[in-house]
Design a protein around this ligand. Structure first.
Ligand code: NAP
Length: 264
């Protein structure tokens, strides 16, 4: 299949105010895509917009809380108003916290599903209407390597990522004849604001995020642009993690012993 020319094809990106979303917005703009930058911190979005425009690209800023279907509908409407159409959407907004299952409050459990899972549903529902009319488009969903690797301490976060993966893969099949492609993106640990936000949310007095290993967000952004040019169902950013996920499904007892080493 020939590579898709992305020039002039508009994309809306949620969680574009930092990390993977911000860097992906820059990479998409560099590929010629007009970009809608969506998140709650509009001051940060404005800075990214300025950078895109200074490099000759096109961008607009939309305040969007993905927990709201109305906000996601407005993000898509503003994209069409500004750029004439919407070709792609990257449902990327999300956050995590680290707790054991029984220590996770009901409120946090629901909040994490509200943003990570329902935020994704709201985003793809909003984009589906114009994409179905155009019989063309590409939806990308930022899930995680943990989507297929249940992880002690990150169980609820993993569950939201797994839920995103499941709807993304099912949607891809359901939309196969509609001209709309769907890709789930599975980053491994990435150097973004993610872990600092997590520590702040969990009430840390001092941030301890320096020197943590992790891939640069640019690696994910490049993989997203590559998938936009040549659509595929899944993009995994770590083959060892992917293999570990498959082994975990086949040998759960061994995985629990070797990878997670049960606590006493
Ligand atoms: N970093 C990693 O190691 C890693 C690994 C695997 C997967 N991921 C996934 O990658 C995605 C991006 O995370 P990141 O690593 O780039 O972290 P990040 O730098 O903390 O970015 C998270 C983004 O989500 C946005 N967001 C959070 N809640 C939102 C809401 N209610 N409505 C709209 N936007 C919201 C934030 O913007 P505002 O606060 O301005 O709204 C921010 O732009 C997430 O889905 C995360 O689960 C990350």
């Amino acid at each position: 299949m020939a590579k898709i020319d992305l020039a002039g094809k508009p994309i809306a990106i949620t969680g574009a105010s930092s990390g993977i979303g911000a860097v992906t917005a820059l990479a998409c703009a560099k590929a010629g895509m007009p970009v809608t930058l969506a998140a709650r911190r509009t001051d940060k979005l404005e800075t990214i917009k300025e950078r895109i425009e200074s490099e000759g690209g096109k961008a607009i800023v939309v305040r969007c809380d993905v927990a709201s279907q109305d906000d996601c509908d407005a993000m898509v409407a503003r994209t069409i108003e500004a750029f004439g159409s919407i070709y792609s959407v990257f449902a990327n907004a999300g956050f995590g916290e680290k707790h054991d299952v029984l220590d996770t409050s009901e409120d946090l459990l629901r909040e994490m599903f509200e943003i990570n899972f329902f935020g994704t549903v709201h985003t793809i529902r909003a984009a589906a209407k114009p994409m179905l009319s155009a019989r063309s488009g590409h939806m990308l969903i930022c899930t995680s390597c943990l989507s297929a690797l249940p992880s002690a301490g990150y169980s609820v976060y993993s569950a939201t990522k797994s839920a995103q993966h499941h709807i993304g893969r099912a949607l891809g099949v359901e939309l196969a004849s509609s001209g709309i492609k769907v890709t789930t993106v599975h980053p491994v640990r990435t150097r973004t604001e993610f872990f600092a936000t997590m520590q702040v949310r969990q009430g840390a007095d001092q941030l301890n995020v320096k020197d943590r290993p992790g891939q640069p967000a640019e690696r994910v952004a490049d993989a997203v642009v590559k998938a936009l040019r040549k659509p595929r169902p899944e993009v995994w950013m770590s083959q060892p993690a992917r293999v570990a996920a498959q082994l975990a499904a086949m040998f759960p007892r061994l995985t629990d012993r070797v990878i997670w080493k049960p606590r006493r």
